[in-house]
Write a protein that binds this ligand. Sequence first.
Ligand code: AMP
Length: 260
Amino acid sequence: MGLVPTMGYLHAGHASLIAAAAADTDLVVVTSFVNPLQFAAGEDLDSYPSDPERDESVVASAGGHVVFRPSRDEMYPRPMITTVSVAELSKVMEGASRPTHFDGVTTVVTKLFSIVGRCRAYFGEKDFQQLAIVRRMTADLSLPADVVGCPTVREHDGLALSSRNVYLGPDERKAAPVLNRALRSGAAAIEAGESDAAVVRAGMRSVIEAEPLARLDYVEVADPETLAPLENCDSRARLFGAVRFGRARLIDNVAVGASW
Ligand code: AMP
């Protein structure tokens, strides 16, 4: 069984996960659930975009078989007093900006693993921190899932596909690739021999701050496994960032030495 957990409003990034699952497994289950546990007050839980009919056709044309779209009541028939929480990895970057987010993610992914049973589970590198946390949780708890990471699918200008890109107005859409550009400039600096992570961070920050429509949340140079911020970086480093454009909050990350 292949499992592709999503929040719906599927795009080509999700389709790539479904296609990878279809290539490896006999029965591909795509879950579509906008999980309230991973949203904080004031975030976009109630305005998160949705198009179930289009999702059905994306799943079918990518080779998926079953869509599981539970209601909130079906997933949480009573108040949840049980939480699955991964320490350390959940505290930095997205976890610092969204302190309750990853507990919501790890709790719902544990439930999905439990509902679906033994599976290969496909997650995007687009949410690299989430992938690292789910991997660690699965290993620590001996969950019956093999976690598979899949590369980020991007628009022609480098913008990572995201359901939240629909929030971007036309000018914000034009500005949004600055996030990927900043991360790539950081990767290029490391490839050219820069080893001081503070210099790399400052360079990425200045690229983003030059874009008037961008409001920087964070840029980071971190270890890809521990996600700990680095002081000295080498080719193992991974570059992360989060930026707001109007009401859209976008994240991205790149490896050093990658083509993007
Ligand atoms: P979401 O619906 O945004 O929660 O995403 C569901 C899954 O799709 C997660 O594992 C994401 O990392 C993955 N995903 C989202 N966007 C992309 C993308 N542009 N490329 C590859 N995977 C993605």
